[in-house]
Design a protein around this ligand. Structure first.
Ligand code: GLU
Length: 427
């Protein structure tokens, strides 16, 4: 998918925008819109620390491969570092720093007492057996042992990792600490302290924010067509909820392409990545490419697969009226201004998919209090957090006449800056 989506002529001539470039452009833009001490902005342009570790893996055939692992900790002024670990061949130092900055703003937009972090291993997990992934994960946990912890830095799933990966991290860390420490990671299986509703949460928040956005612009869900790129836990749950609430989902995709039906797909009949990986097109009568999905003439487009899919190369061809970002960083900074100039409303990742880290927070609260919440309670509290965040962002849109992305950054960066202001710089 990435090749067909990203190999435009323009990108061949100039280096693509990295997540760190995008994150820094966005921070500078937000800073230019608010009254905030420029020294704090300078400080926030850099991560607090970046841990780079070597992760050797004994392969099933007895040979040893060596991988690079990272954990970038951006800011912890409001609470412990929080953010996912991804296993993907793109992972590098710059990517995790950029993604860790987005986690800082995301946690602040939904007003959680967490800071921002992100990490991962530069590896293609599809090329490894389950046993190899387990050994890699346990060794990575060992290398990060002094970096992570229930009160310091709490990882979670991201691209290429899942609840099982978190269970291995929790087990390895717990054995080393000689105590059962479920709160060291979130997004775990329910059996070891995971939360009801955690896996569905980012998709649920994308659906909630899409619903609020459409209502704000007087567009009834029953008259809304939707295309969703990516059918993992974010895309599949968002598509299914939007369909349940009355929208017509005309296209959903995975790495092989998109299922397409102008009259509306039955999204529960198409297996999500967790149910059957990469099988979307096998369940489709008509298929189109991922590039074509992004350019469909729909009301709402939800990019919920990779980062950097809406670029300078295709932003002029996006025909949706609304874009709600399910993936982290699907729109480059340059593409974002093209979409804005064209009158397309884009709701950013740091608001739309923040349901994931919000239910991670609920999971952590349950773990440290040794209590469990029902699914109804989780979904009710998630709805309340998302509506509060939506209202805070909407007020900035209305009061300052800025875009949804600028408004979300204003909310997030202002909260972080206020905390830095109060705590001061020591020494
Ligand atoms: N990886 C998810 C994100 O990007 C979740 C992070 C978390 O729950 O800590 O928001």
């Amino acid at each position: 998918m990435s090749d067909s989506l990203q190999s435009t002529d323009e990108q061949a001539e100039q280096p693509p925008e990295t997540p760190l470039d995008t994150a820094r452009y966005q921070l500078d833009k937000a800073a230019s819109l608010i009254e905030v001490d420029e020294n704090i902005i300078e400080r926030l342009s850099h991560p607090t620390s970046v841990h780079e570790v070597t992760v050797p893996l004994k392969r099933d055939d007895g040979t040893v491969d060596v991988f690079s692992g990272y954990r970038a900790q951006h800011d912890s002024v409001r609470g412990p570092y929080k953010g996912g670990l991804r296993y993907h061949p793109h992972v590098d130092r710059e990517e995790v720093i950029g993604l860790s900055m987005w986690m800082t703003w995301k946690c602040a937009v939904v007003d959680l007492p967490f800071g921002g972090a992100k990490g991962g291993i530069n590896v293609d997990p599809k090329a490894l057996s389950d046993g190899e992934i387990e050994r890699l994960t346990r060794r990575f946990t060992n290398e990060l042992r002094n970096v992570i912890g229930p009160q310091t830095d709490i990882p979670a799933p991201d691209m290429g990792t899942n609840a099982q990966t978190m269970a291995w991290i929790m087990d390895t860390y717990s054995i080393q600490e000689a105590e059962t420490a479920p709160a060291v990671v979130t997004g775990k299986p329910i059996a070891v302290g995971g939360s009801e509703g955690r896996q569905e949460a980012p998709g649920r928040s994308v659906a909630i924010i899409s619903r609020e956005l459409l209502e704000y612009y007087d567009r009834p869900l029953s008259e809304t067509t939707v295309a969703v790129q990516g059918f993992g836990s974010v895309g599949a749950n968002a598509a299914r909820l939007l369909e349940e609430w009355g929208a017509t989902v005309v296209a959903v995709s995975d790495v092989n392409g998109a299922a397409y039906d102008l009259t509306g797909l039955d999204t529960s009949g198409i297996p999500s990545h967790d149910q059957e990986p990469e099988a979307v097109t096998e369940y489709a009568e008509d298929t189109i490419s991922n590039a074509a999905l992004l350019e469909l003439d729909v009301d709402l487009l939800v990019p919920a697969a990779l980062g950097n899919v809406i670029t300078e190369g295709n932003a002029d061809d996006i025909r949706a009226d609304f874009v709600v970002e399910g993936a982290n960083g699907p729109t480059t900074f340059t593409a974002d201004s093209i979409l804005t100039d064209r009158g397309i409303h884009v709701v950013p990742d740091i608001l739309a998919n923040a349901g994931g880290v919000t239910v991670s927070y609920f999971e952590w609260v349950q773990d440290i209090n040794h209590r469990t919440w029902s699914l109804d309670r989780v979904n009710e509290e998630l709805e309340a957090v998302m509506i509060d965040a939506w209202d805070a962002v909407r007020r900035e849109v209305e009061n300052r006449g800025v875009t949804w992305r600028e408004a979300a950054y204003i909310v997030g960066v202002s909260r972080i800056a206020a905390a830095h202001e109060s705590r001061g710089l020591w020494p």
